[in-house]
Design a protein around this ligand. Structure first.
Ligand SMILES: NC(=O)c1ccc[n+]([C@@H]2O[C@H](COP(=O)([O-])OP(=O)(O)OC[C@H]3O[C@@H](n4cnc5c(N)ncnc54)[C@H](OP(=O)(O)O)[C@@H]3O)[C@@H](O)[C@H]2O)c1
Length: 292
């Protein structure tokens, strides 16, 4: 079984370098996919309140841990959830967190809570961050971060007068057709690690001739080449699948590297192409669009 390397976060915690995504994984399949994902070697599981499958993911983790308590420990697993836009604001986020923490009771704590997107306003984003900071102080949440934050949103957060904890992660859509160099470099310069969502382009670019050619060279699939590109860029990719047969192959990417030239070749495909939403430009005005 693949053993996934870890990297340091600015919270002093470590995070696995690849994770399993759960967007669009139905609640009634989430426990089994989480359990089978852990069996396959995944150690980072990425849920969100809006995915409506937090309980399933937690049940899968709890089942996996309970099966071999001597060798499997809570610290072996990294569980993420996210606070959705409609739950921004201090009291709203407090209530949302309490609900997610209650769901996570059987695994004790949540490793990472992200602000799912910056789509509210200054006051609400600030209140949300204050509630997240308190959750870290309570010990029920170990690290906090953001998702879909553009440079302006990060600068705003880092300037909070009562900032106690910096975000550990900015989770962004990233793949060769969307490399977001400025935003990635800015995030990294602030000590914020990058998670890459939609790393498989929702399966839409798997016939790309360069992916196919590189796949032949390394005896890997185009999906594995995309995941390897993400790792070679220093991102933490979060491929998603509901097919247990795809779990192990999507993780089988630690026995080869792309060359620098191959990474650059794939980088050149960048055309600012999004397969998902793009709140990094919120609100949509020209000034903020440049920052994305
Ligand atoms: N923060 C955010 O705003 C945000 C937004 C989007 C996603 N995310 C996170 O990132 C994760 C991944 O992103 P994503 O779900 O948007 O897209 P993705 O991982 O790029 O693509 C998932 C799609 O690819 C298919 N797939 C998986 N493995 C495959 C393989 N080996 N060969 C061919 N097709 C394959 C899956 O189908 P099957 O499931 O049928 O196998 C699914 O349709 C999400 O699940 C979520 O955790 C976060």
């Amino acid at each position: 079984m693949v053993s996934v390397p870890e990297v340091n976060l600015n919270s002093g915690k470590v995070i696995p370098t690849i994770g399993l995504g759960f967007w669009l994984t139905p609640e009634d399949q989430a426990a089994n996919i989480a359990y089978e994902g852990l069996n396959a070697g995944y150690r980072l599981l990425d849920s969100a309140r809006i995915y409506k499958n937090e309980q399933g993911v937690i049940n899968g983790i709890a089942r996996w841990l309970a099966e071999d308590p001597e060798h499997r420990h809570r610290g072996d697993v990294f569980y993420t959830t996210k606070i959705y836009d409609t739950e921004h604001g201090y009291s709203e986020t407090k209530a949302a967190l309490n609900n997610s923490i209650e769901k996570a009771k059987k695994i004790g704590y949540i490793d990472l809570v992200l602000v799912h997107s910056p789509q509210s306003n200054y006051e609400k984003r600030h209140g949300t961050w204050m509630a997240l900071q308190e959750a870290v102080d309570s010990g029920k949440v170990k690290s906090i971060g953001v998702s879909n934050y553009g440079i302006k949103h990060i600068k705003e957060l880092l300037a909070y007068p009562d900032l106690k904890f910096k975000p550990v992660i900015n989770q962004l859509e990233l793949h060769p057709w969307l490399t977001r160099t400025k935003l990635v470099e800015f995030s990294k310069s602030q000590g914020i690690a990058i998670e890459a969502y939609s790393p498989l382009t929702h399966g839409k670019k798997l016939n790309d001739p360069d992916l196919v050619r590189l796949g032949k060279k390394y005896s890997k699939s185009p999906a594995q080449i995309l995941i390897r590109w993400s790792l070679d860029k220093g991102f933490i990719p979060l491929p998603k699948t509901v097919h247990t047969a795809r779990l192990a192959p999507n993780l089988d990417v630690f026995d080869f590297n792309l060359t620098n030239d191959e990474v650059k070749l794939l980088d050149q495909k960048d055309e600012d192409l999004k397969f998902c939403w793009d709140p990094t430009v919120y609100p949509l005005d020209n000034e903020k669009r440049e920052d994305a």
